[in-house]
Design a protein around this ligand. Structure first.
Ligand code: ADP
Ligand code: ZN
Ligand code: ZN
Length: 721
């Protein structure tokens, strides 16, 4: 009797193992193909990892189904990338592989899409009411990309209702899908570069067939996006694919419109707001090798490209490239590895490069290309510190700052006020007994949200109605302390009753498309005050913003997290970069209680280069990344003792592998949603040694019986420590 052919299958389960199945006679399967397999009483979708494996003797294997399609859902190059990532990040292979499939295919649905609606404009300048900004933007998008699908438009932040409404006005009609599978680009020549931009462009690699990593260090507003466009125009072949990674918030219609202008229908998008159908449609284009230029957030780097010839990572320092849960990969780092595997160029762009990339440039691993001046007529903003020690403040703003806002508005310009916390105030405090409201489930304080008079925990879902009096001593002297976006918004609305005050934070932008209508309002150029968090710091181009006020710069100066100073400087320079991007000069006022701090002085000189060098020197003397490789093993349990015990038992094992181990120590927020969290920090001079050590530890943990309620995770190259 001949033994059946066998296949090793990966399942979408958090298990560090694969499963063997028999292949039915006369069926052929290849690695990367989807199959259905019996698993317990269920039928699961699996991915073939290898065939022809020798099953353990004496075991009767269950049989898998015919492949769900004739082709491999994961082509070899993507498969290799994910196998590497699974090993590097110590995450189960099955879950890594499934991350590269759209949700519909993970669930075993057919790899087909419903017929799509394609649109073209009837006339490019239809008469639309003056206030129909979104519809005008929609029409412009369709004019730039005739044949564009409803999904792509929705992906770009428009709504189906807006599309219908334009159709009803007769401004657009449905059209045939472009007959040729290869979507041609718009045919518009590359943008005209300034001499400085041209000089930078000349240093980028000429060939899309060899690996080359370039770090494009270009100050805010220097025209990095223009350079990306030019690069793709000059170098990407008509049948080749490109990937442009952007942080979530940067994927604005403004950015997309710039790409669509030059590449029309070749532009497709990938981000968290797409629905399952939109994801599947885009995934299929990528998988079938259509010559797309895909603009997407983090997970786009895992898509099954088959003709990828250029990767661009915009704002490469952005912390949103690192996935914070589950498969904790860094989209930027995976992108660099992908370019290497694929032998194609990668361009990492930023005005404030990460210290990792800066270090790689110093070491000659990346080619450093500098764009030192702003494009067009824009000049660098002027930065100044405002020491607020013992100055009277009005909701956190000192008089010179308020005066500056007043003058800006009087000139018909816009001001931006940066606050690093959403909500009304960080805490409610009793001025009699000192009581501060805390989350009952976390070791954190509750944030007061004035709008709905609620106290919320920003680390779990807990909320409660705000109390009028101190819950401890019943004093009526129970008041909000500190600054949140809502409170600043309120103060500014009172101070400037004639002027719109627009708040931009996670609370005000939850609805799909709401950030767009906010940005549209700002882009009219009418005087207004923008108040917002991080969200406002990134990538936006508001030509009429000429003043930026930073309410408090001190958060990152004295944090326990070794990355805090880097992140603080990056955020402050990025937010400063929103000032004076048009023809008018920009000014930045930074409120601080530490106006003599050397880091803030360097910041005011706007000299990121010397700041980065300085911070790198500190990292080196502290033996920290990027000079050493680091991973964190986190444990959580129902008690701190249980978490610490679990890690204590691992410490000798970790040390025996020759790496350095610190801890275990309680995490910075030791209790979150009633889980007690502790961590062990693992470091080594050798990436390989750290990886081997982690593999040993994970194997050991997999085979150990953990106390009930305990959990562990590994975080390689952690962003938060
Ligand atoms: P960055 O991505 O570096 O922040 P952008 O590419 O967004 O910069 O460019 C900033 C502004 O300068 C944009 O409004 C852009 O249209 C303009 N700009 C860029 N390059 C040029 C150029 N060569 N000539 C004129 N304006 C330019
Ligand atoms: Zn009290
Ligand atoms: Zn909480």
């Amino acid at each position: 009797m001949t033994r059946p052919q066998t296949a090793r299958i990966a399942l979408n389960r958090p298990l560090r193992r694969l499963f063997d199945y028999a292949i039915p006679p006369s069926v052929e399967v290849r690695p990367g193909q989807r199959v259905q397999v019996p698993f317990g009483r269920q039928s699961l979708t699996g991915l073939v990892v290898e065939t022809g494996v020798e099953p353990p003797p004496g075991i009767t294997l269950k049989t898998l189904s015919e492949p769900l399609e004739t082709w491999s859902a994961l082509p070899e190059s993507t498969f290799r990338l994910l196998t590497w990532a699974s090993d590097y990040y110590q995450h189960p292979l099955g879950e890594c592989l499934f991350t590269a499939l759209p949700p519909a295919l993970r669930r075993g649905r057919p790899a087909q899409t419903k017929a799509e609606q394609h649109w073209r404009a009837v006339e490019s300048e239809a008469a639309l009411p003056g206030n129909a900004h979104r519809q005008k933007a929609l029409l412009e998008t369709i004019v730039a990309a005739p044949g564009i699908t409803s999904s792509s438009l929705v992906g770009a932040g428009f709504t189906r209702a807006q599309i219908r409404s334009l159709e009803n006005r007769g401004a657009i009609i449905q059209t045939e899908p472009p007959s040729d599978r290869a979507a041609p680009d718009s045919g518009l020549p590359a943008p005209k570069l300034s001499p400085a931009q041209q000089e930078a462009a000349d240093q980028l690699p000429g060939s899309t067939r060899t690996f080359c990593a370039s770090l494009l260090y270009g100050v805010t507003g220097s025209g990095k996006t223009e350079l990306y466009l030019d690069y793709l125009k000059q170098h990407l072949g008509q049948d080749e694919q490109a990937l442009v990674l952007v942080p979530e918030i940067n994927l604005t219609p403004q950015t997309l419109a710039r790409f669509r202008r030059y590449f029309g229908n070749r532009i497709v998008v990938w981000h968290s707001a797409l629905n399952d159908g939109e994801r599947l449609a885009t995934w299929l284009k990528v998988r079938h090798g259509e010559p797309v230029i895909l603009i997407g957030t983090r997970s786009a780097v895992l898509l099954p490209f088959t003709g990828l010839r250029t990767i661009i990572v915009d704002e490469e320092h952005d912390s949103s490239y690192k996935q914070g849960e589950g498969f904790r990969y860094s989209g930027r780092d995976v992108a660099v590895y992908r370019a290497h595997l694929n032998q194609c160029p990668i361009i990492l762009g930023s005005a404030t490069p990460s210290l990792e990339s800066w270090h790689n440039a110093h070491q000659g691993k990346y080619r450093l290309i500098t764009l030192g001046e702003r494009a067009g007529k824009a000049r660098p903003p002027e930065l100044a510190l405002l020491d607020i020690r013992s100055r009277p403040l009005q909701a956190g703003l000192c008089k010179p700052a308020l005066d500056a806002i007043h003058q800006t508005l009087a000139r018909g310009e816009q001001a931006l006020v940066f606050v690093n916390r959403r909500g009304f105030a960080p805490v409610m405090m009793c001025f009699d007994c000192g009581h501060i409201a805390e989350c009952p489930h976390c070791d954190t304080r509750l944030t007061y949200h004035r709008r709905d008079r609620a106290m919320r925990c920003h680390h779990c879902d807990y909320q409660q109605a705000a109390q009028q009096t101190c819950p401890k001593c019943s004093s009526e002297n129970y008041q909000p302390v500190g600054q949140g976006t809502e409170r600043t918004e309120e103060t500014l609305t009172e101070a400037f009753p004639e002027t719109p005050v627009v708040r931009v934070d996670r609370d005000s932008t939850q609805r799909r498309g709401s950030i767009q209508s906010i940005l549209d309002q700002v882009n009219t150029g009418q005087p207004c005050v923008l108040v917002g968090t991080q969200m406002l710091a990134k990538g936006h181009d508001f030509p009429n913003v000429t003043l930026v006020v930073v309410v408090n710069a001190d958060g990152g100066l004295f944090s326990v997290d070794f990355r805090a100073p880097e992140q603080m400087i990056q955020t402050l320079l990025q937010v400063s970069g929103r000032a004076g991007r048009g023809d008018k000069p920009g000014r930045v006022l930074i409120q601080t209680c530490h106006s003599d701090h050397p880091l803030l002085h360097a910041l005011c000189r706007g000299d990121y280069r010397s700041i980065a060098d300085q911070l790198l020197t500190e990292r080196e003397s502290g033996q920290l990344p990027p000079f050493r490789s680091m991973a964190i093993l986190r444990a959580e349990a129902d008690s701190m003792q249980a978490s610490l015990q679990l890690l204590d038992s691992l410490k000798p094992l970790a040390q025996a592998t020759g790496i350095d181990v610190w801890g275990p120590l309680p995490a910075v927020i030791a209790r979150k949603a009633n889980r007690h969290r502790a961590q062990l920090v693992l470091c080594s001079n050798s990436r390989g040694q750290l990886n081997q050590s982690l593999t040993r530890l994970c194997q050991h943990l997999d085979q150990s019986r953990l106390p009930p309620g305990s959990k562990w995770i590994v975080d390689v190259d952690p962003q938060e420590t």
